[in-house]
Design a protein around this ligand. Structure first.
Ligand code: P6P
Length: 332
């Protein structure tokens, strides 16, 4: 099969579904180009003097790695001049980032986690960039944080880049999920997987087991049943994976099924889990649903949640539909 580039794919999608206006096409191309730059920096490792900490903390109170800060700057600089955005928001910045007055404004808003899985950067384990695209509210002139607080169901596009043995870009604009592999010699993203679908059944689960003693009963019950295997209520054995890079765990699940869980737990009752809604849970939930999977916070669909804060956290159960339905059912 003749392989096509991201650009050709987007042009064809535009012609087929009329669902990718020129400005959105430009946005996706610019973000994809920024991910190429991030991939290049990540790939240098110690040779690029990009490892280790930047000596600063982000809004989450987490020590920022040099690559976190660099990746954030790459995405800001790549996107602010194009005229396709009204504003941006990032895990690495407390407040939203307005487009400088010297540039034209557009009708989209970009939210991203520039480099997710930071704890894996210095030990050469896959990490990634996650992004989500929203439309600016009608008639908005001066964007505020409030304008970003839209349920995930209103995303017009979402995607991630995974910086692993291959660098890949996985993208949805609401018509299924497609994957592109970076051809480093040509510097172009090449379509390598069309219309990815997550198997409804699975034998693989992903959770950080070290938190078991802190889990609420529904999660404890669900995982205990998986661990009971063939002789237990599930009647089959399960395998476990935990890469501690959401992008890498989700990418595996998109390719071979599985359930990813980061539940709320008793370590910090005031904290509803670790993952953030706007730039981790929502984009991944959009992608997973577009691939036939499910994504809930234990109670209801993640994409239906009305955000109240830009950096709010949410419990996450996503992946093979059958398993997400079981663990969500235990929460009812
Ligand atoms: P833990 C990475 O820091 C991250 O935000 C996700 O990418 C990942 O799934 C999770 O946290 C890992 O958390 O508690 O297992 O280190």
């Amino acid at each position: 099969m003749k392989r096509i580039s991201l650009t050709q794919y987007l042009v064809e999608e535009q012609r087929l579904h009329n669902s990718i206006p020129a400005e959105l096409r430009l946005l996706i191309e610019v973000v994809a180009r920024a991910c190429k730059t991030i991939s290049h920096a990540v790939g240098k490792g110690a040779l690029g003097d990009v490892l280790g900490t930047a000596g600063t903390e982000n809004i989450q109170g987490e020590v920022q790695k040099k690559l976190d800060v660099l990746s954030n700057e790459i995405l800001l600089e790549a996107n602010e001049w194009g005229g396709h955005l009204a504003a941006m928001a990032s895990e690495e910045m407390e407040h939203i980032h307005l487009i400088p007055n010297r540039y034209p404004k557009g009708e989209y808003m970009l939210v991203f986690d520039p480099l997710d899985g930071s704890s894996n950067i210095d030990v050469n384990v896959s990490i990634g960039t996650i992004f989500s695209v929203l439309k600016a509210p009608e008639g908005m002139h001066n964007p505020t944080e409030q304008d970003f607080l839209q349920p995930g169901a209103q995303q017009v596009a979402a995607g991630y880049a995974v910086y692993g043995p291959q660098t890949m870009l996985v993208l949805t604009t609401g018509n299924g999920v497609n994957a592109f592999t970076l051809d480093r010699e040509m510097g172009s993203w090449v379509l390598t997987q069309r219309n990815m679908m997550i198997p409804a059944e699975t034998k693989e689960f992903a959770i950080n087991m070290s938190n078991m003693r802190h889990w609420h009963p529904p999660v404890k019950r669900y995982v205990d049943e998986l661990l009971a295997g063939k002789t237990g209520p599930r009647g089959k054995d399960f395998n476990m994976r935990w890469i501690a890079s959401m992008v890498a765990d989700v990418h595996r699940i998109l390719n071979r099924g599985g359930i990813f869980m980061y539940p709320a737990d008793l370590r910090d009752p005031g904290q509803p889990g670790k993952l953030r809604l706007m730039y981790e849970a929502n984009p991944m939930a959009f992608i997973v649903e577009q691939a036939g999977g499910a994504a809930t916070d234990g109670k209801g669909r993640i994409l239906d949640i009305q955000p109240t804060k830009l950096h709010q956290r949410v419990p996450v159960f996503l992946g093979s539909r059958q398993e997400v339905e079981v663990v969500t059912g235990y929460h009812q």
